[in-house]
Design a protein around this ligand. Sequence first.
Ligand SMILES: NC(=O)c1ccc[n+]([C@@H]2O[C@H](COP(=O)([O-])OP(=O)(O)OC[C@H]3O[C@@H](n4cnc5c(N)ncnc54)[C@H](O)[C@@H]3O)[C@@H](O)[C@H]2O)c1
Length: 395
Amino acid sequence: MTKLNALIIGGGMITEQLILPVLLQERRKGKILQIAVASRRRTTIQKLAVLFPDAEIKGYPQEEDENPSAWKTAIEDLSRPAIVIIATPDDLHPEMALFAIEKRFHVIVQKPLCLTVRDARKILNLSRENGVYVFTDYHKRHDLSLRALQYKYRKGEMGEALCCHAWHEQRREIPLKYFRNWCERSSPLEYLGTHYIDMFYFVTGLEPLKVIARGQKKFLVSCGINAFDSCQVFIVWSNGAVQYLQTSWILPETNPCLSNQGFQITCTQGEFRADNADRNSNFTTTKNGYELFNPYFFKPYLDRDDPEKTEYLGYGADSIVQAIDDCIRITEETISFDGNNALKKAKQLISEFEKTRPLPVQAIIATAVIEAGKMSMMKNGAPVVFDENLFPRYE
Ligand SMILES: NC(=O)c1ccc[n+]([C@@H]2O[C@H](COP(=O)([O-])OP(=O)(O)OC[C@H]3O[C@@H](n4cnc5c(N)ncnc54)[C@H](O)[C@@H]3O)[C@@H](O)[C@H]2O)c1
């Protein structure tokens, strides 16, 4: 089997908690060769090297203590075939993605793809032109509960979407502790809301027509952080259906899980309602107290063949594995062709994947809604509409 080298850009929470464990597991299955991580500070790499000694991480920056451009050197150094995984603050995704696409490396971007339609269009156009696969990690598309909804909807059992209520709220430790230094450049709508906007599109295939949003700044500003506590967005979709989405970042530390979240949709022939935080499999332990436990996201289990080992399972991993498998397939199916024919074959495969995967032509939908939502919040709920290329403008 073809093995890919992997470069992760950004050594923060998602890299430590999810991406590195998944890559190590995929390496044991023979899909990944060398793992490199490029972050801003060398201390981040040193910390990851201690946490994941088996990964034998090649780290950037290599000499300096701090270098915000070390990721460029890491991409220049990357041996093919390889994949670049972008796990940096949301507003940094486009520059990094475009550089990797320019160098013709396949890319996995943590959600959201980017924050503006202008950047999404650039990524879409360049990735198509260069025959490069760019996958946004919308892992909820792999949650079986939500896939079941998509199945029944697309098979006609639900009828047509009328209205939807989704909620996604996180503990205050996220802006206060994990990304204090970039939460002002984001918002609960952009960081969290993107998931259930993409989900509405994934289930129904509808496109957004109009967005109205409001946001509040009360608690975090009192802590010296100029970020929204909470955002609400009202989205009108192309058949007239309405989605109301509430997001926030200020749940107390004592909330029994990191995220309260769920998705309800009313359709002409039925309703779906899921609490995606409380999966009815909860723990109370001396160590963690009462814990709403979601076994389906990304959790450790005893390896069935070797109980001494830990196996990570769940939709958080499945999403990244889908992209790795796609990139291996593109590599294997293009390797025997010369330059132009390899490009032609890669383009053909990518045009197939575009129909079913969160490639830029699909990921642009959530980007358009969060950009419009931010515009609307900035003008206290002014309605924002879209042109035929999804560029938002005030109505
Ligand atoms: N799929 C998911 O469920 C999920 C969950 C959490 C976060 N995310 C997304 O993942 C991304 C990262 O989030 P996080 O929670 O890990 O954030 P984080 O703040 O914990 O980590 C970001 C990392 O990027 C690094 N970084 C910043 N500027 C850099 C630069 N110029 N070059 C290299 N590295 C740089 C930081 O030093 C830090 O290590 C975000 O886009 C976020 O929205 C996705």
